[in-house]
Design a binder for this molecule. Structure first.
Ligand SMILES: [Zn+2]
Length: 102
């Protein structure tokens, strides 16, 4: 996952409600984040795969909102992400055993 790391060990995440960019510490584990723009309070755990996936989904939403494209493109991106995740899970489960043993 590509993130913007800064020297003070912080990470840029996006508010799940208003898509505002927030800088949160990476080394504090699970933290409660309050968005200064919309007041939304949410939990963020940099070690959680689920939260990382959520951020990816939010990034896609932000991109779609910015580009004002139609929903078909959004669905296509979501499907592509789901497909990529399924492939990732398959690769993780693979564990040195070939996917298609001959
Ligand atoms: Zn917000």
């Amino acid at each position: 996952m590509k993130y913007q790391y800064s020297p003070d060990n912080k990470i840029i995440i996006k508010c799940s409600k208003c898509l505002n960019r927030l800088r949160v510490p990476l080394d504090k584990g699970k933290i409660s984040v309050t968005c200064p723009v919309c007041g939304k309070v949410f939990l963020y755990n940099p070690d959680s795969i689920l939260d990382t996936l959520k951020q990816i989904v939010i990034s896609i939403r932000a991109y779609v909102a910015r580009s004002k494209r139609n929903k078909i493109i959004f669905l296509g991106v979501v499907l592509a992400v789901i497909l990529a995740l399924v492939l990732l899970v398959l690769l993780m489960k693979r564990n040195k055993v070939p996917l298609y043993p001959l």
